[in-house]
Design a protein around this ligand. Structure first.
Ligand code: BTN
Length: 240
C-alpha cells in the first residue's frame, strides 16, 4: 500500500509532498536522511542532524482530517513500543511523543484544500540517534533521542514504514478506533495546565479528549474545550 520515496537530503519532507501531492498517490511516504529546513508547529523551525528521522505521509481526502494528528501520535507510540515493550511512550496533547520526560518526536499535520476536498500531509520527526550535545547546541532542553534514553538504535526505513502503515489504517478508520489508546497514553489528562492563547495565559484542569480531538478542560467557570490549532498547553511547572 505504501509508496515509499527515499531521499538523501531535502529541505522539508512536508514541503516536498505539498509541492508534488497532485501527482503522487494516496499513501505516499517520503523519508530523508537529512532535512535542512524542517518546520515545526506554530511557525517554529525543527532543528535536525542526520540522527533525526524525518518523514511525511500523504493522505488524500481522508475521511476524518481533523483527527489525523492524534492518530499519528498513537501510530508512533505503538510502533516504538513494538520495538521497546518495556518503555512507556506517552503523549503530551495534542501530539508530542514523550519518553522518560523528554520530547522524542514531533508531528506537524498540514492541509491543502481544493474545492470540497482536502489532502493532509502528516510530517513526523523522530529523534533517533542525536547526542546530548545536539540538543544543548540547538537549545532544546526538553528534547532527547531514542538512543540517548534507551541505547536502542532503530532501523530508519522499517520504523518509518511501520508508523506510516499504522497511521494510514487509523486515519481511514478514524480517531474512535484509537481514542481509548490515546487517552491511556495522554500525559496531559488529569493535570493542571496553562492554556496559552493570543499572548495571554490561563490555568485550567485537563479532563479528557473530545471525539473531535479537542482537549476538554474545566476551571472555576465550568467546562470548555480547546482546539490545538488555537492554543498551546503546558504543565503548570514545566513543559509536560
Ligand atoms: C513540532 O513542532 O513538534 C512538530 C515537528 C515536526 C517535524 C517534522 S520532521 C518531518 C516533517 N517535515 C517538516 O518540515 N516537519 C515535519
Amino acid at each position: 500500500m505504501i509508496n515509499h520515496i527515499s531521499l538523501d537530503e531535502v529541505d522539508s519532507t512536508n514541503s516536498y509532498l505539498k509541492q508534488r501531492r497532485a501527482v503522487l498517490p494516496d499513501g505516499t511516504l517520503v523519508t530523508a536522511g537529512l532535512q535542512t529546513a524542517g518546520r515545526g508547529r506554530r511557525g517554529h523551525d525543527w532543528a535536525a542532524d542526520r540522527g533525526m528521522l524525518p518523514f511525511s505521509l500523504l493522505l488524500k481526502n481522508p475521511p476524518h482530517p481533523e483527527t489525523v494528528t492524534l492518530c499519528a501520535a498513537v501510530a508512533v507510540c505503538n510502533a516504538l513500543e513494538a520495538l521497546l515493550p518495556e518503555e512507556k511512550f506517552g503523549i503530551k496533547w495534542p501530539n508530542d511523543i514523550i519518553l522518560q520526560g523528554y520530547k522524542l518526536c514531533g508531528i506537524l499535520c498540514e492541509s491543502v484544500c481544493f474545492g470540497e476536498s482536502m489532502d493532509i500531509i502528516c510530517g513526523i520527526g523522530v529523534n533517533l540517534t542525536q547526542n546530548a550535545d545536539f540538543f544543548r547546541k540547538a537549545n532544546i532542553p526538553h528534547g532527547a533521542s531514542l538512543e540517548m534514553l534507551t541505547g536502542y538504535s532503530a532501523d530508519r526505513v522499517k520504523l518509518a514504514e511501520d508508523i506510516a502503515q499504522r497511521l494510514y489504517e487509523y486515519s481511514r478508520e478514524g480517531f474512535a478506533c484509537v481514542s481509548e489508546e490515546y487517552v491511556k497514553r495522554c500525559l496531559t489528562i488529569g493535570k493542571k495546565i496553562r492554556i496559552i492563547e493570543n499572548g495571554g495565559e490561563r490555568e485550567a484542569f485537563a479532563d479528557g479528549i473530545a471525539p473531535n480531538g479537542f482537549l476538554i478542560c474545566s476551571d472555576e467557570n465550568g467546562r470548555f474545550e480547546v482546539n490545538s490549532g488555537e492554543v498551546s498547553v503546558r504543565g503548570l511547572m514545566d513543559y509536560i
